[in-house]
Design a protein around this ligand. Structure first.
Ligand code: KIV
Length: 287
């Protein structure tokens, strides 16, 4: 069993010193309170300054600088190739844009598994070099030592169970996880381990809704779902998927809130037409 560590942050004082805007930052404490009063937590990914600025202005609670950047920003087939330096680059751009949201950064594949010293070094680099507020790690009891070590340095950790894309070659498929009793039981036990270690929240990806509900009712920390049904404490989606930029990815759990691919294609095509027709720039657009 892990030693319980409770970490709560309050940035309110720091904000009054460093920012003229009177915006109350979301903290691990805010998120815990939201779970207690039954207010759902909203979370989206972002990987750059411009998108992070808009999603923060919209009022999102948590921004995840996910290693899904490997897919949607870099075009890799999996999340495995993205490096720690690349994650820090994305995270620091996001942090510069954010005034309110709590920023979580994925520790990439290969920078924490099996070596708690390396895990701690990776987490500290992310926190120091990007200014993010916490890190996320995939796995349960097998990464317990790394989780505890990072938490002992005062870095909040978000867990991630269920479909964990960094283990895609072990699973062999992106299908729903924990449908069988043994895997469901292990997931529930892992959720308790991560809670006992002191993780401030958990992501559950692509598991049966009934199991996700059970986890959210069992652990006291916020449980954020993606493809895990509606009976959890919050929801997360990949920004490019919900905006309709990644049109080829349409899993059942995804609700598409815009068709940005169509909007962008139309804008790009009209621009090209205007340039070719010598219509752009016109006189009022020239010096
Ligand atoms: O990397 C990511 O975007 C994630 C979400 C799918 C939770 O881990």
């Amino acid at each position: 069993m892990c030693q319980a560590i409770t970490i709560q942050y309050n940035f309110t004082n720091a904000m009054s010193v460093h920012s003229s805007a009177n915006i109350k930052r979301i903290t691990t404490h805010t998120l815990q309170e939201m779970k207690l009063r039954g207010e759902k937590i909203s979370m989206l990914t972002a990987y750059d300054f411009s998108m992070a600025k808009i999603v923060d202005e919209a009022g999102i609670d948590i921004i995840l600088v996910g290693d899904s950047a490997s897919n949607v920003m870099a075009g890799h087939e999996t999340t495995l190739p993205i490096t720690l330096d690349q994650m820090i680059y994305h995270a620091s751009a996001v942090v510069r844009a954010v005034k309110r949201a709590f920023v979580v950064v994925d520790i990439p594949f290969g920078n924490y598994q099996g070596n708690s010293s390396e895990a701690l070094r990776s987490a500290i680099r992310i926190m120091k070099e990007s200014g993010a507020h916490s890190v996320k790690m995939e796995g349960g009891s097998e990464i317990r030592e790394s989780v505890v070590r990072i938490l002992s340095a005062g870095v909040p950790v978000m867990g991630h169970l269920g479909l964990t894309p960094q283990s895609i070659y072990k699973f062999g498929t992106y299908t729903v996880r924990a449908k069988e009793e043994a895997e469901a039981q292990k997931l529930l036990e892992d959720a308790k381990v991560l809670e006992e270690c002191g993780c401030f929240a958990l992501v559950l990806e692509k598991i049966p809704a009934a199991l996700a509900k059970k986890v959210a009712e069992t652990v006291s920390i916020p449980v954020i779902g993606i493809g895990a049904g509606g009976k959890v404490d919050g929801q997360v989606l990949v920004m490019h998927d919900m905006l309709g930029i990644t049109q080829e990815f349409k899993p059942r759990f995804l609700r598409q809130y815009a068709d940005l691919e169509a909007v962008m294609l139309d804008a790009f095509k009209r621009y090209i037409t205007d340039v070719k027709a010598k219509d752009f720039p016109n006189e009022s657009e020239s010096y």
